[in-house]
Design a protein around this ligand. Structure first.
Ligand SMILES: [Zn+2]
Length: 263
């Protein structure tokens, strides 16, 4: 019954007229939007309405939560929801926004047995069980302004949220069929191993070598590449591209700004 009411409420939210002021913010800040097919633009704006109604935003370190902040984050996150049935990142309740890249305590492995504790600069983070996400507003804006540099902190952190939908942080989101799961695991295992090998030998890679940390980070950096460097990803990692294409039911090659960048 709860599901029925939730679905009905979301349907009503999606049908609301999209405020002009909000659309102006998206057009000004979120570069990929202008390149999307018209149908996808409409779908994205509908998702943004639900997203904004359901998620809480909190400003940290004197960051003000304005419409610009909420909408610039929501529009990027909702790109990950197009073309398939979605429950709108159900494990995420609150987005904490800092003005700029912030320092966090971190434990880093030096060898298998020795850990170094220190401060590291971060643009965002999220966790499976906390129901929250942290984003740095400056990094959010840079990510939105350049749609083809391969870096987007919002896509990265929300990719983690998709990963959590099947309850584990293992680089595998909720896939529909057993066949899809088997294919996914096989491709991810091979591609992850080759990124680790490339990182160890210092060979330059399309995928950010931060993805060699573990399977969950591999998934998140690969999603950044899928939406921001799809032409290169499809040519260098065709099997990875196919799995993402099947999962997202999107073909970012069609709307990517990447070709213009390389031209
Ligand atoms: Zn990550």
């Amino acid at each position: 019954m709860l599901g029925f009411f939730k679905d009905r409420q979301r349907k009503q939210l999606r049908a609301r007229p999209f405020p002009d002021e909000w659309l102006k913010i998206i057009k000004r800040n979120v570069a990929f939007f202008a390149r999307l097919p018209e149908k996808d633009k409409t779908e994205l704006l509908e998702h943004v309405q639900v997203f904004l109604a359901e998620k809480n935003f909190e400003g940290c370190a004197e960051q003000e939560i304005t419409d610009e902040v909420r909408i610039t984050i929501a529009a990027q996150a909702c790109l990950l929801l197009l073309h398939r049935k979605t429950d709108y990142f159900p494990r995420l309740l609150t987005i904490l926004v800092y003005p700029s890249t912030y320092l966090a305590d971190e434990q880093r492995p030096i060898t298998a047995d020795i850990w170094e504790e220190g401060k590291s600069a971060r643009a965002g983070e999220t966790e499976r069980t906390m129901g929250s996400m942290v984003l740095a507003w400056d990094a959010v804006k840079w990510g939105a302004a350049d749609p083809s540099d391969g870096k987007n902190v919002v896509l990265h952190e929300f990719a983690h949220q998709l990963d959590y939908e099947n309850l584990s942080a293992d680089g595998t989101p909720a896939l529909l069929t057993r066949k899809q799961q088997l294919a996914w695991r096989e491709v991810m295992r091979t591609e992850f191993a080759s990124l680790r090998a490339a990182e160890a030998t210092g060979i330059p890679t399309l995928l950010d070598t931060y993805g060699a940390t573990n399977a969950a980070e591999f998934f998140a950096v690969s999603i950044e590449a899928f939406f921001e460097r799809p032409v290169m990803l499809r040519s260098q990692h065709p099997r990875l591209y196919v799995e993402f294409h099947n999962y997202f039911r999107q073909d970012p090659v069609e709307f990517s700004a990447e070709r213009m960048r390389n031209a």
